[in-house]
Ligand binder design. Structure first.
Ligand SMILES: [Zn+2]
Length: 310
């Protein structure tokens, strides 16, 4: 009788232990933060990510499984209420809400300038990734991870914050941080070398996400087409955008993974427009200690490959 009880008890313990082992201690909202966490936790732990591939942080709605993951994680890293609106209310009463990366010292924050967006004639408000992300002048630009200096600041802040969670691995965390900083330094030089000659070449994007990257390398988009990927713009709107594309001469238009190439084709047909793709979230990047560098290098490479044709 006793042994049977012990067996049941042990089974129960075994189950809960394995469930604990599967629960990530560190949970980030978006992939770029997961990649930076993976660099500092290399060889120590595996950070998890909340948003599935293809989801936009600007418009995400939490699933029940997300709420469980948020409850179980010991650290939650998110950018802040300008990006992950869906977390603001949920984290307000929890001390873990202080893991908003936007609060990290040493971060260089930029505010959104006058909208580069084209005025909508057929829609009363901006559609961003098909949803309601509004570009507000003076608001903090939430895409803070898209500059190497900010990635360094985020990594330093994470290492300081993780010291209490991994007290035995402080030296390892520090060594990972140093290695990450050195690799970022090299990447920054590599990107500057490639992008500096391309300053002033005209390009358009579909999402006002690249300000930090542009500030770092002296680039600036001619304009942002904030169009919905769900609603095909009307002929009048397409014509206005085509006039704009024509007026700047040869240029590049960068789609994002969520915008169908079909839309770019109808915008640029018959014009001297080249197209490329930018993915600010690194959706396809593998989660490794070098993942963040892959994200940034691909962004720079995709930008440069098109601009070099002009
Ligand atoms: Zn965005």
């Amino acid at each position: 009788m006793l042994s049977r009880f012990m067996l049941i008890l042990l089974c129960g313990m075994g189950l809960s232990l394995s469930a604990l082992a599967d629960t990530p201690k560190v949970l980030t909202t978006i992939k770029p933060l997961q990649l930076i966490a993976a660099a500092v936790l290399d060889g120590i732990d595996q950070p998890a990510v909340l948003l599935p591939t293809g989801a936009s942080p600007h418009s995400y709605a939490l699933r029940p499984s997300d709420r469980r993951a948020l409850q179980q994680a010991e650290r939650i890293y998110w950018v802040g209420p300008e990006l992950e609106l869906f977390l603001e209310r949920l984290l307000k009463d929890q001390p873990r809400a202080r893991s908003a990366i936007q609060q990290a010292p040493e971060l260089t924050l930029r505010t959104l300038g006058p909208a580069l967006n084209f005025q909508h004639t057929e829609h009363s408000h901006d559609h961003h990734h098909g949803h309601d992300y509004h570009h507000h002048e003076g608001m903090v630009d939430a895409h803070i991870w898209l500059a190497p200096a900010n990635a360094q600041a985020i990594a330093r802040w994470m290492v300081a914050d993780l010291a209490t969670l991994y007290p035995e691995q402080q030296a390892h965390l520090q060594a990972n941080l140093t290695a990450f900083e050195q690799r970022l330094e090299l990447l920054n030089q590599e990107l500057a070398l490639r992008l500096t000659p391309l300053q002033g070449k005209p390009y358009f994007v579909f999402h006002d996400a690249y300000g930090y990257f542009e500030d770092a390398y002296g680039l600036r988009a001619e304009g942002v087409f904030s169009l919905s990927h769900e609603v095909q713009p009307g002929a009048r709107h397409v014509n206005l955008l085509r006039q704009r594309l024509r007026s700047v001469g040869p240029n590049c238009v960068f789609r994002e993974p969520q915008f169908p190439p079909r839309l770019i084709d109808s915008l640029s047909e018959g014009l001297n427009v080249f197209s490329g793709e930018l993915d600010p979230l690194g959706s396809e990047v593998a989660v490794t200690a070098q993942g963040y560098e892959v994200l940034l290098r691909e962004l720079g490479d995709n930008l440069a490959t098109c601009l070099e044709r002009l």
